[in-house]
Design a protein around this ligand. Structure first.
Ligand SMILES: Nc1ncnc2c1ncn2[C@@H]1O[C@H](COP(=O)(O)OP(=O)(O)O)[C@@H](O)[C@H]1O
Ligand SMILES: [Mg+2]
Length: 267
């Protein structure tokens, strides 16, 4: 605890470590060299959008940040502490600071909405049932779904399922929310509801957000910063406006929504 408040003080002074940092991270799967010495740090309280072709390694980056994957080489740090070498026991408290909205939403189909949102709280705390019910209602209200506690995921639309998954991701009041393609598969109106929520949560909870997306509308809407992953490195780092005016062909392809042959080969 004292370490945490010391960290917060340091950050308040503006000389703290970045909230998340990857240093020279390399990752191979067999012959596939997905990350080739990635360097990036994420600034506290900001929303960074990660773009890149299908198969570029965007989800692999997010998985390194929560140690669902380990680097072959390099370091992953959270608040200046290495998490790639941390014991599983110490990792538990670090993981609780992250909310992760997985690519497929991934709700438990046999559980109700309330049970899904409560799941991390039950798993990690000893709070009372009534206290948990209150938190569940509050988190569902944040995503505009209070009242749906008793429904099963199958009774919800795709957009509602994403919002329930988001309520679950924020159930333990994370400092950092990782979103993996939060708007994929949603129509523009439902996508925009999710984009609005990302902005709202960032403002109201003062979180740091890292958003992987294919969706240029999302980039423009939610991004303070946008970075592009290509052939194992970040090849662009700037604001969404800077990206719009960038002349690098790989970046332009993305801005204009054209999929190049090499991108298709990666699918
Ligand atoms: N656990 C794994 N085992 C083997 N290959 C993987 C694994 N995870 C990802 N890959 C491969 O790494 C590449 C990058 O994957 P991913 O990060 O999911 O791409 P995307 O940028 O679309 O999110 C893909 O070619 C994928 O097949
Ligand atoms: Mg992915």
């Amino acid at each position: 605890m004292s370490q945490k408040s010391a960290q917060q003080k340091k950050t308040a002074n503006g000389n703290g470590a970045p909230i998340v940092e990857l240093r020279n991270v390399s990752k191979r799967f067999g012959r596939l060299h997905v990350l080739r010495g990635v360097n990036i740090s994420f600034e506290r309280g900001k929303t960074t959008v990660i773009i890149g072709a299908s198969g570029a390694g965007k989800s692999v980056i997010l998985k390194h940040i929560v140690r669902l994957l380990m680097p072959d080489d390099g370091e992953v740090l959270c608040n200046g502490q290495r998490i790639d070498t941390m014991s599983d026991r110490d990792l538990v408290s670090i993981r609780m600071r992250f909310g992760f909205l997985f690519q497929m939403g991934a709700l438990f189909d046999s559980l109700t909405v309330a049970e899904n949102v409560a799941f991390p709280i039950v798993e990690h705390t000893r709070r009372s049932r009534s206290d948990i019910a209150k938190t569940v209602a509050q988190k569902l209200a944040m995503v505009g779904l209070d009242g749906l506690q008793g429904k099963k995921p199958a009774q919800l639309s795709g957009g509602q399922r994403k919002r329930v998954a988001l309520a679950r991701a924020i159930s333990l009041e994370p400092e950092i929310i990782l979103y993996d393609e939060p708007t994929t598969g949603l129509d523009p109106i439902r996508s925009d509801i999710i984009n609005e929520l990302i902005i709202k949560l960032q403002r109201e909870l003062n979180v740091t957000s890292i958003v992987v997306t294919h969706d240029m509308a999302s980039v423009r809407r939610v991004g303070d910063r946008v970075v592009m992953l290509h052939e194992g490195h970040f090849v662009f780092d700037g604001t969404p406006a800077e990206m719009e005016s960038c002349s690098t062909p790989t970046v332009r392809q993305f801005v204009e929504g054209r999929a190049g042959g090499e991108q298709l080969a990666g699918i």
